[in-house]
Design a binder for this molecule. Structure first.
Ligand SMILES: [Zn+2]
Length: 349
């Protein structure tokens, strides 16, 4: 199997030759791997595609993701981001302060906004080069992550308590923007979407608020992406135990990617053998501070707990720190080949 076949098999519940890996790398590790600046990664599609090709050659991961982060969504409405040479883009002020402004706003065509155009073009370039053998994915950063970027965290938290109409309208607009961006990446050659939404996790919302405010928009997003032909991955983020049952009810989700705060063996028992789970190696204790042997051990443990019947893709829990040692990322890919080959051989006494 090539990486794309392996990735698709795991995502569709068929048995791959071994557990595929996609560590959801964003801009910083690929920029380091290729020796380019992080601002160029976002603003020059040739540089972005080149950096991701170099990353693929270095690690051989089965899935490669790219796309704008939540902090860049205000640029769809004339907001500004600062692009440091060596770190993530930083958004300036929120672009909306009242519900009236939100009511007047319409989700624009992402091709009309330079940084989105750049990421769509980079997706097309990468897809032309390696899309026949590697799974290219779109980063679509979650409705409430985008709500926070559009109206600010103060307005969001106040709105949840006193002005639910404002929150719903902001979520509706954010969701429309994400659907438009997702479709543009898919048309450019992406075959899956990865949707992480920290701001609707239990770290921000109660389970009741999650049901009332977040679930309808998650459902809308995933349903639209399935209609557009994508494979879909939901990263609910932020200590998901209180909403595990609600998450399972969101329609259109092909795979669940929990944070490292969830024991993926427990998730496997609750969700059953058919659910496709993404493994969640600890990004800090193991990937950032551990050794390649620590990485290998944790990958093997996750496969043992959640990958015996297949239906597993190896990843980190929450996002990959930009200064993760490159040898630990190589160890992640290698451990999947060594410990995740099907049929798994169980060594007993
Ligand atoms: Zn997370």
């Amino acid at each position: 199997m090539n990486p794309k076949e392996r990735f698709i098999a795991a995502m569709r519940g068929q048995e791959p030759d071994f557990v595929p890996a996609d560590p959801c790398l964003d801009s910083i590790v690929p920029a380091r791997a290729a020796g380019v600046r992080v601002d160029q990664f976002y603003l020059d599609p040739q540089v972005c595609a080149q950096a991701l090709l170099a990353t693929h050659e270095m690690f051989g991961f089965d899935g490669i993701q790219l796309g704008c982060g939540s902090g860049q969504y205000p640029e769809l409405f004339g907001g500004r981001c600062v692009y440091p040479e060596d770190s993530y883009p930083i958004r300036e002020e929120p672009v909306f302060t009242t519900k009236e402004e939100l009511d007047r706003a319409q989700a624009p065509d992402p091709h009309q906004v330079p940084v989105f155009r750049s990421m769509i073009e980079a997706t097309r370039l990468l897809s032309e080069r390696i899309g026949d053998r590697v799974a290219i994915g779109a980063r679509t950063p979650g409705t409430f992550n985008v709500v926070r970027a559009l109206i600010g965290v103060d307005a969001l938290l106040r709105g949840l308590a006193t002005d639910p109409g404002l929150v719903h309208r902001a979520a509706e607009l954010a969701c429309e923007c994400l659907i438009a961006a997702g479709k543009a990446y898919l048309e450019a050659g992406a075959i899956y979407v990865h949707y992480p939404d920290a701001v609707s996790s239990p770290a921000f919302l109660s389970p009741r608020q999650y049901r009332e405010f977040a679930m309808p928009y998650h459902a809308r997003f995933f349903t639209a992406m399935k209609e557009a032909g994508a494979l879909t991955v939901y990263h609910p983020c932020g200590g998901e135990y209180p909403i595990l049952c609600e998450i399972r009810e969101v329609p259109g989700v092909d795979a669940y990617h929990f944070s490292e705060l969830v024991d993926v063996g427990v998730a496997r028992q609750i969700y059953g053998p058919e659910a496709v789970l993404w493994g969640n190696v600890d990004p800090h204790v193991t990937m950032l501070m551990g050794s390649p042997e620590d990485v290998e051990q944790q990958v093997a443990a996750i496969i043992g707990k959640a990958g015996r019947m297949g239906n597993l893709v190896m990843c980190l829990g929450c996002s990959t720190p930009g200064n993760t040692p490159l040898e630990n990322l190589k160890a992640l890919a290698q451990a999947c080949r060594e410990h995740g080959r099907y049929p798994l051989v169980r060594v007993t006494g």
